[in-house]
Design a protein around this ligand. Structure first.
Ligand code: GDP
Ligand code: ZN
Length: 448
């Protein structure tokens, strides 16, 4: 366990009424005395002058001291709230470094909290999510994870898995009773209960992951099919933040739309033409990488041209350039001109982007594609990492069941249960490798 004192600015950079420098370490007296005169009384905000090496005043503000172990990190924590801007805040931070602290890595405060058993991994990640959360539901969901409801559900399931595994292994150690054990309905009942709990957690986590990460959609189609119009129509009804992917052409737009709580990231590929301009090329490459991450490709066709051979060939050419594993939804636009009914016909959707026809059906289809069920109060904010771990657990539990029911193989069943336990334990960090830890915490902001 590291004993270095760490410090960082814990408030966002930029202008603000107050800024906070947070310091965590084993003994903060040596740092506090030259800076503040003396450490403040525990947990009471005290007014202090923050002093430079030569005794001059850097800032004045509040100092808050949380002695170990009753602090965020579990170590001694000192928070200095100055009212200076960025420059003064920076000077206070530099002063702390002068006094022996080192600059905290991103997420290092949370990492220490985790290592000191103040938080489990899910809770630590929830802090990052709370900071980043873009919608109210995502924030509420993150808060629930922070309070530990996701962890509790996972831990409960973990105990059930361990109990069953111990039960199976104990039975194997007494071969005489082996027969009894395999015929024992208690084992199958427990296994069924575990499967049920796992499915429920997976569902809540999946909804939470959609709240957090949303859906990545790529719109493709021939020029004039109405891609920009569709983007505007979708964005016009919802709050949209239009951003350009840095360094790309003006045509490759990335739009973020909130679909009843589910963020929808849209890439309009209008600008994905061949280019010799190096900057443009770079942007286009980046856009292609976005496309590879897409959950769905929306092929927009002009319904007035849909019969034309040139159009059909062009669509084939577009689709052949896309990664094959991504599903494609074909949407016919301009039904106001062709007189067809807006809505869903077979696998295709018919709309008019310009006249706002069929857009509700389209949005419902997008949510359905992702299994998103709209606003739900009880989802867990989850990451792909969690979903992946839950998925691995599910697969192992199913193999365990197969070993039991099909092959009557207790030994192999116990082995699968062990794999399930390992996979599940990764979520809260009970069996997590150091590499994964570093990766998780480095995605945090500095000062958290
Ligand atoms: P893009 O090149 O695919 O981005 O297509 P645009 O969105 O720029 O649209 C091309 C033209 O089709 C514009 O003149 C739009 O006004 C028109 N347009 C788009 N959607 C509709 C629609 O639903 N009905 C009609 N009648 N025209 C449309
Ligand atoms: Zn356009």
């Amino acid at each position: 366990m590291s004993t270095e004192t760490i410090a960082a600015i814990a408030t966002p950079l930029g202008r603000g009424g107050i800024g906070v420098v947070r310091i965590s370490g084993h003994d903060l007296t040596k740092l506090a005395e030259p800076l503040l005169g003396q450490l403040p009384s525990p947990r009471i905000a005290q007014h202090r002058l923050f002093r430079a090496q030569d005794g001059s005043i850097l800032d004045d503000g509040l100092a808050l001291f949380f002695p170990a172990p009753y602090s965020f990190t579990g170590e001694d924590v000192l928070e200095l709230q100055g009212h200076g801007g960025v420059v003064v805040l920076d000077m206070v931070l530099k002063r702390c470094l002068e006094l022996g602290a080192r600059l905290a890595r991103p997420g290092e405060f949370s990492e220490r909290a985790f290592l000191n058993n103040k938080l489990d991994l899910v809770q630590a990640e929830a802090i990052a999510d709370l900071i980043d959360s873009s919608s109210e539901q995502a924030a509420r969901s993150a808060l629930r994870s922070l309070q530990g409801s996701f962890s509790q559900a996972v831990d409960k399931l973990l105990s059930a898995l361990i109990e069953l595994r111990v039960y199976v292994e104990a039975a194997l150690d007494f071969p005489d009773e082996d027969l009894d054990f395999l015929a024992d309905s208690a084992v199958t009942t427990r296994l069924a209960m575990i499967k049920q709990q796992l499915a429920a957690i997976f569902h809540k986590a999946q909804q939470g992951s959609l709240l957090r990460e949303g859906m990545h959609l790529v719109i493709v189609g021939r020029p004039n099919a109405g891609k920009s119009s569709l983007l505007n129509a979708l964005a016009g009804q919802e709050t949209a933040i239009v951003t350009e992917i840095a360094g790309t052409t003006r045509d490759v737009l990335r739009e973020r739309i909130n679909l009843e709580g589910m963020p929808l990231h849209i890439v309009d590929t209008a600008g994905l033409r061949e280019s010799t301009d190096p900057v443009e090329k770079l942007g286009i490459e980046r856009a292609w990488r976005e496309i590879e991450k897409a959950d769905l490709v929306l092929l927009l066709v002009d319904d007035t041209q849909v019969e034309a051979e040139a159009d059909q060939e062009a669509h084939q050419a577009i689709l052949s350039k896309l990664p094959t594993q991504i599903p494609v939804l074909t949407v016919h636009n301009k039904v106001d001109l062709t007189g067809k009914a807006a809505g869903k016909q077979g696998q295709h959707i018919y709309i008019s982007a310009k006249h706002d026809l069929g857009l509700e059906v389209l949005k419902a289809e997008l949510k359905a594609c992702m299994g998103f069920q709209g606003e739900r109060e009880d989802s867990f904010i989850a990451r792909r990492r969690h979903l992946h771990a839950l998925h691995t657990t599910q697969a192992a539990v199913e193999r365990a069941e197969e070993q039991l029911l099909v092959f009557n193989a207790g030994e192999l069943m116990a082995e699968e249960l062990r794999l399930a336990q390992d996979a599940l334990g990764q979520i809260t960090g009970k069996f997590t490798s150091d590499d994964l830890l570093g990766e998780i915490f480095s995605s945090f902001c500095i000062g958290k």
